[in-house]
Design a protein around this ligand. Sequence first.
Ligand SMILES: Nc1ncnc2c1ncn2[C@@H]1O[C@H](COP(=O)(O)OP(=O)(O)O)[C@@H](O)[C@H]1O
Ligand SMILES: [Mg+2]
Length: 314
Amino acid sequence: MKSKAVEIVNFTKKFGDFTAVDNLNLEIYENEVFGLLGPNGSGKTTTLLTIATVYKPTSGDIYVFGHSVTREDYVVRKLVGIAFQEPKAMWIDKPYDLLTWHARIVGYSMSDAKKIVREVMELLGLWEHRNKQFYQLSGGTRKKVELAKVLIQKPRVAILDEPTAQVDVLSKHALWDVIKKLRDEGTTVIIATNDMFEAERVCEKIAIIYKGKLRAMGTISELKDSIPRGDVIEIQYEGSRIPEKLFASLEEYGRIETQSSTLRIYVEKGEEKVLDVIDLFRKNNVKILRIMVKEPTLDDVFTYITGAKLREES
Ligand SMILES: Nc1ncnc2c1ncn2[C@@H]1O[C@H](COP(=O)(O)OP(=O)(O)O)[C@@H](O)[C@H]1O
Ligand SMILES: [Mg+2]
């Protein structure tokens, strides 16, 4: 059995009277890519900063490989690496110098530091920016420098707060591959995101949080299957009508919508039911021209669970 990398127990964080995170309980296992998915203001960053020992819990506790962030923060700091949502350049104004300094801090010799910094900067397409001033860098490039820190450190637990926000679409895909590789090399990765595509592409398990509370947790398919009859089997068939008998049998699977020669059936586990549907059409001698199964998106799941939208603009 995989061991627990991070265990969040009754974690509450208040800022004055305001509760940013409300009694959160989560277990994140070793070698997973785990996503915290929720719109802005849900409490993702507050949770990540507490795992990284920047904040202290108001109540409850968080354990990283069994070590409490409240009582053993000095141990936890050696286990975690964080890429902040808002990159801060601190007093060092060139990416190359910052990353080299960071590599020295996390224990590389000077010659190894130079080697790893170059390797990671090339991997992320940062090498050409190495001697620019921070203020000259785009938001996306700054985010890559932030991610570079974690890739250099190779921590047991990597915490990535909206790692691809402001990054262009092409680079996003490359970064998602880099993040998965980090996991393959033995790091447990925790990502906060409000981007359902990002969650779907890189996360194995997802916790949906909204207004400081955990709303759902599971693998992507578990979350999608939690919407009753959320899948749609869409069939385009030959001819203009289908026999009553076929229609009646199909209705047993779920609600049906028809529109000219297209029929939609709303079901659970569409990928399994589709085989029965094909069989029924064949038995009734109605030819299928095109068939597909559509799953709900994580946006649909989020809306189903919370009644809200993941992003204000969507
Ligand atoms: N230092 C702080 N002081 C007061 N309120 C804060 C502070 N940090 C976060 N908050 C509030 O807590 C809530 C959760 O914020 P945050 O954890 O940043 O959410 P997310 O990362 O999901 O967008 C927000 O309403 C935010 O305004
Ligand atoms: Mg945030």
